[in-house]
Design a protein around this ligand. Structure first.
Ligand SMILES: Cc1ncc(C[n+]2csc(CCOP(=O)(O)OP(=O)(O)O)c2C)c(N)n1
Ligand SMILES: [Mg+2]
Length: 545
């Protein structure tokens, strides 16, 4: 007979868990004690939200579920946002929360909320462990289900008394299986439609961002010569320096890339689903869409693909490539003209040395400072549009952002988890002054873990993204300005290095210096958003001329 909390740790080790991110409460003390002699490393954070974002990111980067831990009640409610983040973002994550004893009462209803019910709509499975005998099968099922397409969040509640009781449950072996593949009839139908189209376009979305898909997609693009564009979450699936890359649909409409999309008669959608902000709006009269995904497409007013290829994405693409041939009637002339205009616009923005920094210049400086495999982690704010639009990703998972829950506050924890997973890679969090302050306490975690990390704060002393929308909607400027702490002193008080730039030319050498100097660096960068619309829509104006 073995104590249940010991069994859980053994089961987690058996699943290959390396880290548990979290903040224990008294209801987790058995589990904490069982972790003491385990190979699993506890990463203590300063807010459960930070722990959840880190666990989800571990899952996103490795394909294996990331694990986080909290106490009951307030600890568990703090995991609500990361649960939604992982669930919407398709990131495998397992949350283990504590609970008061269930076989007897300890403190009445003190701190008790129905966490299992609370987590139901945010997870693929939310379950309480009611007996030590079932705990190992629950863990095996949790790990299986978390990575099954579409990946997502799982919640396991472990009551205090169950954690301490003994059982003789055995550990279940990990199993693996080959994913189902698409039927050849649907492949032939799709190839026929692609051949018949005048100007087909490939869209790369989040689901295309899986191990082994890049080679298959690259082969399809090389063989067919069909241009491609990406969603925000599809960035990096292919090297965006490709002459066939039209860039990213950072907005849903009215950007230059949409002129190209609207001129196409067939979009070959690899891995985008409607949980991400739409890269375009379909209408009755617009292009046809072929959806290639692990599952059938969700239908919506703005998205209703006419053709489906359901099965392992890599395999589907490989099957398509076997049959596809370049067609002499395909015409990409207009589409590639737009690409030229887009690229010229991006280059033009890179020359502007005015101060405070203009967003396109900021993107160009960061791109220059980051090596091809360097990772940037974006929080949510106006700068995200600029980075997704102008930052050309070279490698998969090198621009980590959230375009499904689109929560503020994840930028720093995501960067911390990325550095833990890839200790030899340059990692930079890029956060607005609003988003940074939502989880800035994790600076202490980064310093304690002795991570080398850059944190760039896009400083406009406001919730800039909402200010922009306010202006777009014709409202008066109201209610969105705030003051900031002195970010240099703030960083230093955590034992990090603080920097502030006084002119735009100083930023690139400073970033290079930060990557050469160990430790956590916080860089305060004043930005000017006042010309946002003019710069954002410049490509459209140039193109319309
Ligand atoms: C947790 C959360 N709260 C509110 C929002 C709505 N929201 C989206 S962007 C934004 C402003 C972001 O401000 P900041 O981080 O300073 O970036 P900026 O746009 O100013 O560059 C807000 C309030 C959100 N996405 N997430
Ligand atoms: Mg701001």
């Amino acid at each position: 007979m073995v104590k249940t909390s010991d069994l859980i740790v053994k089961a987690l080790e058996n699943e290959g868990v390396e880290y548990i991110f979290g903040i224990p409460g008294e209801e987790n003390l058995d589990l904490l004690n069982s972790l003491k002699d385990s190979s699993i490393k506890l990463i203590l954070t300063r807010h459960e939200q930070g722990a959840g974002f880190m666990a989800a990111t571990y899952g996103r980067l490795t394909g294996l579920p990331g694990v986080c831990l909290s106490t009951l009640g307030p600890g568990a409610t703090n995991l609500v946002t990361p649960a939604a983040y992982a669930q919407l973002g398709g990131m495998p994550m397992i949350m283990i929360t504590g609970q008061k004893p269930i076989t007897k009462s300890k403190q009445g209803r003190f701190q008790i909320v129905n966490t299992v019910e609370m987590m139901h709509p945010l997870t693929k499975l939310s379950k309480q462990v009611v007996h030590g005998h079932t705990v190992t099968s629950i863990i095996r099922e949790a790990f299986r289900l978390a990575i099954e397409e579409r990946p997502g969040a799982i919640h396991i509640e472990l009551p205090e008394d169950i954690a301490g009781e003994k059982s003789d449950a055995h550990i279940y072996e990990k199993t693996s299986y080959r994913r189902p593949v698409a039927d050849s009839h649907s492949i032939i139908d799709a190839v026929h439609r692609i051949h018949k189209a005048k100007s087909p376009l490939i869209l790369l979305g989040a689901g295309a961002n899986r191990k082994r898909t890049r080679d298959a997609i690259k082969y399809l693009i090389d063989k067919s010569g069909i241009p491609f564009f990406t969603t925000q979450l599809g960035k990096g699936v292919m090297d965006e320096r490709s002459p066939l890359c039209l860039g990213t649909a950072a907005l849903s409409s009215n950007d230059c890339v949409h002129t190209a999309i609207d001129s196409s008669d067939l979009i070959i959608n690899i891995g985008h689903d409607i949980i991400e902000k739409p890269p375009f709006f379909m209408t009755r009269n617009s292009f046809e869409v072929i959806s290639i995904n692990f599952f059938a497409a969700h239908v919506d007013d703005v998205y209703f693909p006419q053709v489906e290829i359901v099965g392992d994405i890599s395999d589907s693409i490989t099957q398509i490539s076997q049959h596809i041939e370049k067609q002499s009637h395909w015409d990409f002339g207009f589409i590639l003209k737009i690409k030229k205009a887009l690229d010229a616009g991006i280059k033009e923005g890179a020359d502007d040395n005015s101060f405070p920094v203009q967003p396109p210049k900021l993107v160009s400086i960061v791109r220059n400072a980051m090596p091809s495999d360097g990772i940037i982690s974006l929080d949510n704010g106006l700068y995200k549009i600029w980075f997704t639009r102008n930052y050309k990703a070279h490698e998969p998972n090198t621009i980590l952002l959230d375009n499904s829950l689109a929560t503020m506050g994840a930028g720093l924890p995501v960067a911390i988890a990325s550095k833990i997973v890839y200790p030899d890679t340059n990692v930079m969090a890029i956060c607005g002054d609003g988003g940074f302050m939502m989880n800035s306490q994790e600076l202490e975690t980064a310093v304690r873990l002795k991570l080398d990390l850059a944190v760039l704060i896009v400083n406009d002393s406001a919730y800039g993204m909402i200010k922009w929308k306010q202006q777009e909607m014709g409202f008066e400027d109201f209610g969105l300005d705030f003051g900031n702490p002195d970010f240099v002193k703030y960083a230093e008080s955590y034992g990090a290095s603080g920097h502030r730039i006084g002119k735009t030319e100083d930023l690139e050498p400073l970033l290079n210096k930060c990557f050469e100097t160990p430790g956590v660096h916080v860089i305060d960068v004043p930005v000017d958003y006042s010309r946002n619309n003019e710069l954002l829509y410049r490509c459209m104006t140039v193109f319309k001329k």
